[in-house]
Write a protein that binds this ligand. Sequence first.
Ligand code: PRP
Ligand code: ADE
Length: 178
Amino acid sequence: TKKEKLELVTQKIRPFPDFPSKGILFRDICPLLKDPEALTAAIDLFEEHVREAYPQVQQIVGLDARGFLFGPLLAQRLGVGFALVRKKGKLPGPTVSVAYTLEYGKAEVEIQADAVDPGQKVLLVDDLLATGGTLFAACELMKKQKAEVLGCLVVIELRDLNGLERLKPNSVFSLVQY
Ligand code: PRP
Ligand code: ADE
């Protein structure tokens, strides 16, 4: 059942206090990847939600780096393709980029110009929503490419950081919330 699957997933998220810096409670998804049953459960839950809420989806777009772990598995289940949003400087050929601010400093995300098509209906996938800065920048990239963002999917949502607010009016579906 859905409840059992969620339980499997939740049990495999490991908290690490003070990583990568003091005061940060890092949510580690490596145990989830190590356990094939739990990983299958996570993808099952994503698939069930997408089939119900976004049956029209045409492409999954994954975020560097941990979105790449879940996005292609989901894309395969749905029978659609996968595109990569990468940190700047990793992709060959014509690219489009968007700069965004982090808690400290700046970063830039990039996509190949032909990775998504104008009008294509896409879902963005990442492991975790914190401030929403990364997913917001990816949404801006989709806007530049005239792709239609149906919504965002994450395994984990950190509620305190107000990522949902930042991403409005885009919707975010998460499996586990802290
Ligand atoms: C983490 C996480 C998300 C992002 C969430 O990635 O995997 O992509 O931060 O934070 P935000 O909502 O505040 O933008 P990180 O930047 O650590 O990069 P990595 O995936 O390459 O480890
Ligand atoms: N990315 C941003 N914040 C994070 C956290 N607390 N745990 C894991 N990844 C993160």
